[in-house]
Design a protein around this ligand. Structure first.
Ligand SMILES: Cc1cc2nc3c(=O)[nH]c(=O)nc-3n(C[C@H](O)[C@H](O)[C@H](O)COP(=O)(O)OP(=O)(O)OC[C@H]3O[C@@H](n4cnc5c(N)ncnc54)[C@H](O)[C@@H]3O)c2cc1C
Length: 549
C-alpha cells in the first residue's frame, strides 16, 4: 500500500529494463508510457509490406551482463540463432578484413607503408596520455597513416562531428597499446589475420529482427504500460507529468529515457536553473538515416557488417541483415538485404530527400552491387532517427555532472542512450541494465555500475556527480578469445587499384569551421575504461577474456 509511484517515460530498452526489474521484484505501483505505438525504442524492428524485416541500423548484441543474458534466454527461449561475426572494411576498391591494423597488407603499397610506418612511430615515440581530444588520441595511438586513411575519415562519417570535438575517454585505455610487431609480421609474411572465428559470435532473434526480443517484454509487463502517449510537461514542484492528450499523472519517482537536452529545455521548461538549460543545450548528437535495400538475388556474401571510410558512398556501415537470420527476407534462398547507415549533423549535411538514391549509388560505387543489379532491387525502406548517436564531446561529462544530480534531487532519473548521453554505455545491453540497476538502487540502495557516475556529498551538502568509468561494464565486444588466423574460408579478393581515396570534403569543411575546441576541460573524476568498443573503431582486436558482470 505504501509503495511509491514510479512513472517510466520511454519503452525502449532502458524503460523496459526498469519495468521488468520492478515486476520481477514484485513491485506493483509503476507505469511506463511511450509516444510510439510499439515498444522497443531504437531497438525496434519493422517488417514492411514486401516481407523484409529491418532494424534501426544493424544491431549486434554483445552482452556484458549475466542478468541480460538470462533475460534474453527467459524471453526468447530457443527462438534465436548464433551468428559468427565477419567484419570487413572497404577501401581502395578492395575488402580489408577487420581488424584494420592487422591487415594493412591488403592496401596498395604506398598506403600500406604509410600506415605501418605511422603505427610504429606512434607506438614507440608518441604519448597518447597527453592527448586532449579524440583526434590527438588517434594520431598518438594509430599514427599518421591509419589516421589519414581510416580513423579520421571513418570516425567523421560515423559521428558527423570532427574528432577534435570529441573526448578520448569513451574509447578507453585498451586500444592505446597496439601490437605493431604483429602488424609488421602480417605484412612481411603475407598472413591473413582475421578478427573473427567460431569464438566470436552474437545472438540474433530468429524472427522479427532485434525488436522481437523487446516485443516479448509486452507480456510480462501487461497492464503496466500505455503506448501512443507523449509526455509534454513535467511539473517538478507538484511531481506531475502531463501528456499531450491532457492527462496528468502524479509520481514519486520518475525514470525517463527522453534525450537529456530535450528533457531539460522543452519538457521541464521554466523550473530548470538557467545554467543547466544552457549547458544541456551544448550536448551534441547526430541523426541518422537507415536505408534498407532488398534485392531479389541469392545472397552473394557471408559477411556480417562492413565499414566504409571513403567518400564514394554516404554510409559508414552496411549490414548484410539477411545473413543474421534466414527469416529476414520473403525467401532467403532468392532474396537478401542490405541495411545502410548514414549519419548527419550541423557539421555534415545529408539530404533526406535523396538518401535512398544516394545510398544505392554508394552501394554501386563501393562495389557491393553492380549497376545491372538495380533491376533486382525489389524493396527500399527508410528510417529517420533524429537522435541516433550521443556524441561524447570534450565538454559532455561536465554537463552531465551539472544536470543529473539536479534532476535526481527532484526525483527525476534520466537514463539510457540519450537520457545519460554516454555513448560508451549505450548499447542495448548497457541501456537495459541502466534501467535494471536504477531500480536496484531505488529499491535496495545498490550502487549503479554501468552509468559510470557515482554521487558524493560536497561540504556544502550538494550532491556532486563524479564520473568513473566502470571496470566491469564496458562497451563493445565481450572479449572472447581471438581467432588468430582464419584459413580456408572467405578469401578476400586482392585489388591492385592504387588510387588515393582522399580526405572527405565535408570533413575538411567541418574542421575548418570548427572555431574553438575547449579541449582542456573534463571532469576530474573521469577515468579511462579497461576495454573498449570495437564496433565503432574497426581496428582493435580482442586480446583476452574479460569477466563481465
Ligand atoms: C544506428 C544505431 C545502431 C545501433 N546498433 C546497436 C548495436 O549494434 N548493438 C546494440 O546493442 N545497440 C545498438 N544500438 C543502440 C540501441 O538501439 C540503444 O541502446 C537502445 O535503443 C537505447 O534504449 P533507450 O531506452 O535508452 O532509448 P530509446 O531506444 O531511444 O528509447 C526511448 C523511448 O522514449 C520514447 N520517448 C521519447 N520522447 C518521449 C516523450 N516525450 N513521450 C513519451 N515517450 C517518449 C521514444 O519513443 C523511445 O521509445 C544502436 C542504435 C542506433 C541508433
Amino acid at each position: 500500500m505504501d509503495e511509491k509511484k514510479i512513472v517510466i517515460i520511454g519503452a525502449g530498452p532502458t524503460g523496459l529494463g526498469a519495468a521488468y526489474r520492478l515486476k520481477e521484484l514484485g513491485y506493483k505501483n509503476f507505469h511506463m508510457y511511450d509516444r510510439n505505438p510499439h515498444i522497443g525504442g531504437l531497438a525496434s524492428s519493422f517488417t514492411d509490406s514486401a516481407g523484409f524485416t529491418w532494424d534501426i541500423g544493424g544491431h549486434v548484441m554483445f552482452s556484458h551482463y549475466k542478468y541480460y543474458d538470462k533475460c534474453f534466454e527467459d524471453l526468447m527461449g530457443k527462438d534465436y540463432q548464433e551468428n559468427m561475426r565477419e567484419c570487413w572494411l572497404r577501401m581502395f576498391d578492395t575488402w580489408v578484413p577487420y581488424p584494420f591494423q592487422n591487415n594493412i597488407r591488403y592496401l596498395p603499397k604506398q598506403a600500406c607503408y604509410e600506415c605501418l610506418a605511422g603505427l610504429v612511430e606512434a607506438q614507440t615515440k608518441r604519448d597518447y596520455k597527453s592527448a586532449k581530444n579524440f583526434k590527438e588520441f588517434i594520431d598518438a595511438v594509430f599514427g599518421d597513416g591509419i589516421a589519414k586513411y581510416f580513423m579520421t575519415p571513418y570516425n567523421f562519417k560515423v559521428w558527423a562531428h570532427p574528432a577534435e570535438m570529441m573526448n578520448k575517454e569513451w574509447i578507453g585505455e585498451r586500444v592505446a597499446v597496439l601490437d605493431y610487431n604483429r602488424a609488421i609480421k602480417n605484412v612481411v609474411m603475407g598472413t591473413d589475420d582475421f578478427g573473427w572465428g567460431p569464438n566470436n559470435t552474437f545472438k540474433f532473434p530468429l524472427f522479427g529482427g532485434t525488436g522481437e526480443f523487446y516485443r516479448r517484454f509486452a507480456k510480462p509487463l501487461e497492464g503496466h504500460y500505455t503506448l501512443n502517449k507523449t509526455l509534454d510537461f513535467i511539473n517538478i514542484a507538484k511531481k506531475e507529468v502531463r501528456f499531450s492528450d491532457g492527462e496528468i499523472v502524479k509520481y514519486d519517482q520518475l525514470i525517463t529515457a527522453i534525450p537529456l537536452d530535450k528533457l531539460c529545455n522543452d519538457v521541464i521548461n521554466g523550473e530548470m536553473p538557467r545554467e543547466i538549460k544552457k549547458a544541456t543545450k551544448n550536448l551534441k548528437h547526430s541523426g541518422g538515416y537507415m536505408v534498407g535495400v532488398g534485392i531479389k538475388q541469392p545472397c552473394p556474401s557471408t559477411k556480417s557488417w562492413m565499414y566504409f571510410p571513403e567518400d564514394n558512398c554516404p554510409f559508414y556501415r552496411v549490414t548484410y541483415l539477411s545473413n543474421y537470420s534466414k527469416f529476414m527476407t520473403p525467401d532467403h534462398k532468392t532474396h537478401y538485404s542490405l541495411l545502410c547507415e548514414t549519419s548527419y549533423s550541423e557539421f555534415k549535411h545529408v539530404d533526406g530527400k535523396t538518401i535512398v538514391e544516394d545510398t544505392i549509388k554508394g552501394l554501386i560505387n563501393a562495389g557491393l552491387i553492380k549497376e545491372e543489379d538495380r533491376k533486382d532491387i525489389v524493396d527500399t525502406w527508410v528510417y529517420h532517427a533524429d537522435y541516433s548517436y550521443p556524441t561524447p564531446t570534450v565538454e559532455r561529462d561536465g554537463i552531465l555532472a551539472q544536470a543529473i544530480p539536479f534532476l535526481e534531487q527532484h526525483g527525476i532519473f534520466s537514463r539510457g542512450r540519450f537520457g545519460m548521453w554516454k555513448y560508451e554505455v549505450s548499447n542495448t545491453d548497457h541501456t537495459l541494465m541502466q534501467g535494471v540497476e536504477l531500480v536496484n538502487r531505488l529499491l535496495h540502495g545498490e550502487p549503479e555500475v554501468t552509468i559510470g557516475m557515482k554521487y558524493e556529498s560536497t561540504t556544502d551538502g550538494r550532491n556532486a556527480a563524479v564520473h568513473e568509468r566502470p571496470k566491469v561494464a564496458g562497451s563493445g565486444d565481450p572479449r572472447r578469445a581471438p581467432a588468430a588466423s582464419a584459413t580456408g574460408k572467405t578469401s578476400p579478393e586482392r585489388a591492385t587499384v592504387a588510387s588515393h581515396p582522399g580526405q572527405s570534403k565535408s570533413l575538411d569543411k567541418a574542421i575548418a569551421g570548427l572555431k574553438e575546441v575547449k579541449s582542456g576541460h573534463r571532469d576530474p573524476g573521469d577515468k579511462a575504461e579497461a576495454h573498449t568498443s570495437e564496433e565503432e573503431l574497426g581496428v582493435t582486436t580482442p586480446t583476452k577474456e574479460v569477466a563481465n558482470d
